[in-house]
Design a protein around this ligand. Sequence first.
Ligand code: NAD
Ligand code: DAU
Length: 352
Amino acid sequence: MTILVTGCAGFIGSNFVHTWLSSSIEPVVNLDKLTYAGNLDNLKGLEGDKRHVFVQGDIGDRALVSKLLAEHKPRAVLNFAAESHVDRSIHGPGDFIETNVVGTFNLLESVRAYWQELPEAEKAAFRFLHVSTDEVYGTLLPTDPPFAETKTYEPNSPYSASKAASDHLVRAWHHTYGLPVLTTNCSNNYGPYHFPEKLIPLVLLNALAGKSLPIYGDGQQVRDWLYVQDHCRAIARVLEAGKVGETYNIGGWNEKPNLEVVNTLCAVLDELKPRADGKHYAEQITYVKDRPGHDRRYAIDARKIERELGWKPQETFETGIRKTVQWYLANQAWVEGVTSGAYRQWVGKQYG
Ligand code: NAD
Ligand code: DAU
């Protein structure tokens, strides 16, 4: 048996491949376009491992995807591939529509054609798992309950609108064609291999480089943080036991205002890698112009996956953030590789 995964040279996908192969002999075919966010350094250690086949390509390339499906005959396709950064979607939404909407459509069509021709038993066992986000639900007031799977979709950014569109396509391919789909909607991830355009790795690396730590607006926006390997374990559990056609919200009950996240990071850095001048990293915090349309609060109600599939996160925010800081401090070669690449062209592009 084999699984085909997409977008697994990126942050979450590469963590998924490492987590998967650490506990399974089942091979993984990894299709990734290697955009600015795709990084083969994330897959280091897998060279020569026959269980991992890397293919550079686009999820929207039907000829390529059909060829891979025919050749490897996967029992499941897991779609991680996406344009994932909200700020980039504000500066240039085109790629988000292209990959997240049109790309997912083309991927679904390639998979449907393959799935329809499978023998009955394999057809019934096949799964298409779509990895999505809590951002599709919109924003919460401080008094609102966390997002349950029944919450209406109210996406507010070009990124979240494109992910919402892809979720709807996946849903429709199940209801119309019977494709056995599963969708997961997860909160903010953090951990190893996180590209330093996102808050946690950006602040970490800026702090160490003596640069300012940009806080959008008043820093009181709330995100619900989950250690990436907990997300990966949840996806594996949904693939294994999720009910076809269902969606599962994934989160660790870790709501935190951004300013608190940054202060916690600074405190862990003060302890593990004190500044040479004896001052605190938090002194580098700088308030900058807010993100347009900035969602105020996300929070996940994870009771369904906990109750029905028995999944629970293994890390608290405190243990996860410490592991993350330790990983970045111990992986300077990875940091140098990533900061010398296309990321450079993005640095400093804020609102104004
Ligand atoms: P990422 O930006 O780090 O990685 C995305 C990967 O997809 C990259 O390797 C990139 O090269 C690849 N890719 C992009 N376009 C492609 C295309 N057309 N064809 C093939 N490959 C393509 O993203 P991430 O943070 O790892 O997110 C992975 C998935 O999880 C996304 O679908 C995202 O929406 C979702 N998600 C992310 C978070 C988070 O906090 N990062 C939370 C919930 C859900
Ligand atoms: O909620 C899940 C989503 O989390 C995923 O679907 C997205 O792919 C992922 O990028 C993430 O989106 P966010 O916009 O929440 O993540 P980001 O790290 O960009 O920002 C986190 C919060 O920090 C957000 O409120 C904006 C703020 N921020 C971000 C950056 C980059 C700052 O204050 N300063 C910054 O420099």
